[in-house]
Design a binder for this molecule. Sequence first.
Ligand code: PXP
Length: 248
Amino acid sequence: MAKLHVNIDHVATVRQARRESFPDPVEWALRAEAAGAAGITCHLRVDRRHVQDQDVSRLRDAIGTRLNLELSLAPEIVGIALESRAHAFCLVPESREEVTTEGGLNVRAELDRLTGVVPALADTGAAVSLFIDPELDQVRASAELGAMFVELHTGRYALATGSAREAELERLQQASMLAMELGLLVNAGHGLDYENVAPVAGLPGIEELNIGFAIVAESLYSGVDQAVGRMASLIREAETTSRNHPSS
Ligand code: PXP
């Protein structure tokens, strides 16, 4: 069954809006775990717009599940990651201008830099994932590089409607099937919310869903317990439905 990993970046966004010590993403993460999160994800960006360096070490020390650290190939951040003792790393593209991670890594174009970084991160004992668009050639390049996981970017799926959404779901399914054939484990995330999560959670073989913004936003209305708990049950239900109706 797909596990829910909750991204806490935007708890830190609220804190950084006032450079305060609260809301504390670590405390929020502990509540998320108690409500059913199987892992906690954060992205240490070069511009430190939300998560700060000490959040990473505090999360690693405090949480009882797994810490997945998202990072770009910036040498400073890679250095911090290597010392972080995170259980998993997800390499993502990053640009200062973007509001959020806009597309996946171009693994082919970045092959040289990735070849330097992926084995070093893997040598810490962590699982290493590459955040890619659901494109078959990116999946092949990720397998050639020897990554353990790919995380499929669900942003285009999340923004699409009607038949375009069906087409995006099909792309995700094709990419995940090829990844599994090539021996990769498959995660997915970005832009997933309470309304669009079920079809992705129902895809065969998805290990982890990384979901942040929708859960943090919902927690402002209903609290962390409800916001995480409701997402976790939607994922569970989607899995059961797809097991009972495998071809739908
Ligand atoms: N996965 C990756 C690799 C991401 O960069 C992000 C955004 O930080 C997410 C998942 C979560 O996206 P969202 O906040 O839209 O749920």
